[in-house]
Design a protein around this ligand. Structure first.
Ligand code: SAH
Ligand code: SF4
Ligand code: F3S
Length: 436
């Protein structure tokens, strides 16, 4: 019987993409994918350290795996991703059940790690590769939606953020590798491609080939089979007029932008090292809204950054009212070891952070609801993602603005099909309708 692996993935889409790559390496070594950790010979935790909470999960997961090892002494336990990069050997010291640690640049060394682990050795690969980024496309299964990493690392050093330390310097992947991988995926049935990078606007800077991100969008859009094209994340400081044009003019590029503002107050933005003022951000975003009909906007916010006053927080609330995002992700600030903001006192009490976060989410819920109603009585293009388990006539999918659409249809629809859905009812985070 072939051996099997199980990966649990935390954090952002980068990690989801890396988990797919790791899965492909395991498969190439003859492993099969297990349905649960209980059934696996190798369990791997792909970790995130962007905030305190996900980092704490690593300890509890490793505890669970230790218990499993009690039942299955042959079980091998690995940690990869951002906590692996950050903690390295410390992980093996603190959690001796760990057999191997793979840093964020060591995904390609899985095979080497496994062969050492098989010999009973402990493995820790956390060197950062300083060379060019080549990441050959890999064979994998795909649904109608697929992620493709176009660059790694980050050079922005926002003062709160650990990503530049755990993902290293910014590097773009070769155009030909990206295009090959996307062609492979569309041949296998992918219809919607999401390009990934911490700061996609600076795509191409380190490449010999002269290319920037809007030009890459054009090239990807020319691949037959790409019906929808999305990307995350754009840093507002580099958000350009050319990109607005690309979203407006390239048919398959969806009308939705994730442009994290983080805070509405200029003094907070300055201490965050975001390199834009609220006014600059607002002018760019409102201009984009005007030029791209139907544009959906989303954002990330941090509340309770060191020194954030009530007055600063009011500016954040005001920004929500002015920009009127469709969706947003908001987090309480937590100190990350080694970051610039570690030198600021984390002086906003947790109770205040919680109150601010609740208020922000409340305001946003109302705005999301108000924005959603614009779809009521309209027909929207939906890419089918699946049928309901309970009722074969109920389906779910997303519109171009990335809203979840739940709908009824008598037709026999398959994931990846496109249909026009008439929207009867809008809720803050989903739309409900039918195929007429
Ligand atoms: N590259 C993306 C963000 C990646 S991290 C960008 O530049 O926007 C995802 C989000 O986590 C960030 O946008 C930020 O809102 C949040 N975040 C990062 N570090 C944090 C910290 N120390 N505390 C709380 N939230 C944090
Ligand atoms: Fe972190 Fe800023 Fe880089 Fe985003 S741009 S990953 S928030 S340092
Ligand atoms: Fe987390 Fe690493 Fe992504 S810290 S958000 S998994 S880049």
């Amino acid at each position: 019987m072939s051996r099997s692996f199980y990966i649990s993935t935390y954090g952002c889409q980068m990690n989801e993409y890396d988990s797919e790559r790791i899965g492909a390496f395991f498969t190439a070594m003859g492993f099969s994918q297990a349905d649960s950790p209980e059934d696996a010979d190798y369990c791997l935790i792909n970790t995130c350290s962007v905030r305190e909470k996900p980092q704490h999960k690593v300890g509890s997961e490793l505890g669970r795996l230790k218990q499993l090892r009690g039942k299955n002494p042959e079980l091998k336990i690995g940690v990869c991703g951002c906590v692996a990069q950050q903690e390295g050997e410390n992980l093996i010291k603190s959690f001796p059940q760990t057999d191997f640690v793979l840093g964020t640049d060591a995904v390609g060394r899985l095979q080497e790690a496994v062969s050492l682990v098989e010999k009973g050795e402990k493995v820790c690969f956390t060197e950062m590769d300083s060379g060019e980024l080549t990441l050959p496309g890999f064979e994998r299964e795909t649904g109608p939606s697929a992620f493709v990493t176009i660059m790694k690392g980050c050079d922005n050093f926002c003062s709160y953020c650990i990503v530049p330390y755990v993902r290293g310097r910014e590097k773009s992947r070769d155009v030909s590798e990206i295009l090959d991988e996307i062609s492979y995926l569309t041949d296998k049935g992918a219809r919607e491609i999401t390009l990934l990078g911490q700061n996609v606007n600076s795509y191409g800077k380190n490449l010999e080939e002269k290319i920037d991100f809007p030009q890459l969008l054009t090239k990807v859009s020319e691949i037959e089979g790409v019906k929808r094209l999305r990307f995350v994340t754009s840093h507002p400081k580099d958000f350009s007029h050319e990109l607005v044009e690309a979203v407006k003019d390239i048919d398959v590029v969806c009308e939705s932008l994730h442009l994290p503002l983080q805070a509405g107050s200029d003094s907070v933005l300055k201490r965050m090292n975001r390199k834009y003022t609220y006014g600059e951000y607002r002018d760019k975003v409102l201009a984009a809204k005007e030029q791209i009909p139907g544009l959906a906007l989303s954002s990330d916010f941090i509340v309770g950054f060191p020194g954030e006053t009530d007055e600063d927080f009011r500016r954040t609330i005001d920004s929500l009212e002015e920009i009127r995002y469709d969706t947003l992700f908001a987090f309480n600030y937590s100190v990350r070891p080694g970051t610039g903001a570690e030198r600021f006192e984390d002086d906003v009490p947790l109770s205040v952070k919680k109150m601010r976060l609740a208020e922000l989410l409340d305001v946003q819920r109302r705005i999301s609801m108000e924005n959603s109603t614009r779809f009521e009585g309209e027909s929207v293009e939906v890419m089918v993602e699946g049928a309901s388990k309970r009722d074969a006539k109920h389906f779910t999918g997303r519109n171009r603005q990335n809203r979840v659409v739940n709908f009824k249809s008598d037709r026999d629809l398959k994931p990846g099909d496109f249909v026009m859905v008439y929207i009867d009812e809008a809720k803050p985070n989903s739309l409900h309708g039918r195929v007429r």
